[in-house]
Design a protein around this ligand. Sequence first.
Ligand code: NDP
Length: 336
Amino acid sequence: MLNTQLRLARRPSGEAKSTDFSVTREAVPSPENGQVTVRAEYISIDPSVRTHLNAGQSYRAMVGIGDIVDVPVAGEVVASAHPGFISGDKVTGMLGTQEYAVVDGATLTKVDVSLAPLPSWLGGLGLTGLTAYFGFEEVGKPKPGETVVVTAASGAVGSVAGQIARIKGARAVGICGSDEKCRWLTEDLGFDAAVNYRSPDLYRDLKEATPNRVDVVFDNVGGPLLDTLFRRLGMRGRVIICGATSQYNEGEIYGPKNYLALATLRARMEGFIIFDYVDRYDAARREMAGWMKQGLLGFRENIVEGTVTDYPTVLHRLYQGENVGKMVMRVVPSKP
Ligand code: NDP
């Protein structure tokens, strides 16, 4: 078996391009004691990967030059020397941009595809869905009747966050980059209102959508949009800093100018990182599965086909806002 791998060849400037990567092909070794061989079926496409390619503000170790890019993957066990796995098991793990990974079985999560299809384990029941869940549980804590605004609301984290805000009894307002996406949020996902941030009068639209101001901001975008949201924050508002997709390809990050609103409003802004809650993932998934069964929570994956070497092109499509829901790449075998 030959393994095609995509490796970082140089530190990107601006958006990562195919020319920033190199391709290697090598034989897949047999798993040793405790190891498992997994064939990648779906690779997660995440905006934050860009922050791991340069030194900076990433919460994960920087990808080394010559290294495979460390990304979440869902796949099938094809060989196992670990008592907990057999061939045919479906698993997820940080397996990287390659067709096969031979890893310590302890780093894998076995998934139940009767509960949700495999790509959902990279999305709604995977890290992005859990991020929405813990952002509210740990930081935002929305209460019934409050107004929650979610940015990048049609994306992987945002689409789940808006639905959870509704489950908590809050009014959910989504912000995203097209009228079509806005319609999806209100008509299919049950958001109470949605605003297109490309509107010529964003503040007016936002004001209309949040007549009682905003109690919780779930921010995935950062930059000037976050600044505008400070102007709509209400007393004792909470701003959850989940991510800042608009800034990941920038050399210098745009910091909020309107932050003094936090003092005036006795409000607070707090970040969080999903990996701090690993020991609670299973309990969170059980609660989310319950909401799914009650028809309160649904997931959508935006599946794009590609070889491992297409990864940078698909990532570019995410930054172009082409995705609706969680973007994943279905891995098709590379031609030798
Ligand atoms: P998304 O599925 O939301 O995809 C990114 C979306 O961002 C695009 O669809 C696009 O939608 C929007 N976007 C892209 N460029 C810009 C821009 N310049 N300005 C405004 N919007 C833009 O990604 P995820 O759901 O995977 O991630 C959302 C955020 O959550 C990221 O910032 C990520 O880093 C963060 N995150 C944080 C974690 C944590 O532990 N704190 C864990 C996981 C993710 P549109 O059409 O609306 O522009």
